[in-house]
Design a protein around this ligand. Structure first.
Ligand SMILES: [Zn+2]
Length: 107
């Protein structure tokens, strides 16, 4: 991985955890926190490494949320649909898309 990509990913994680106060947005626990890409990284410009597309989830809630990506959106538990997750962080697909497009301008 290039140094630049590494920095973008680190900044992404830091910004998401900070905004979510180092808690799972669903259950508020602070252990085993990970960052979930609300729209899959393969579907976003520059991988969607922006806080508008990231949400802090504990490991078990991350697994539930990831099911959406693993099944191409076919299976998704209510409460974990992308629009619902965006809503929890005050973002939406368009905001995430616009911010992602701007990522490559920082080079
Ligand atoms: Zn949780």
């Amino acid at each position: 991985m290039s140094a630049k990509k590494k920095i973008i990913r680190q900044k992404f994680r830091d910004a998401v955890f900070k905004r979510d106060q180092n808690k799972c947005v669903i259950c508020k626990q602070t252990e085993q926190l990970e960052v979930h890409h609300i729209t899959d990284r393969t579907l976003m410009p520059n991988g969607g490494y922006v806080k508008e597309n990231g949400i802090s989830l504990c490991h078990s809630h991350l697994e539930i949320a990831e099911e959406h990506h693993h099944t191409n959106g076919e299976r998704c538990e209510d409460g974990f649909k992308p629009a619902q997750l965006y809503n929890k962080i005050g973002s939406n697909y368009d905001k995430a898309l616009e911010a992602s497009k701007r990522l490559d301008r920082h080079s």
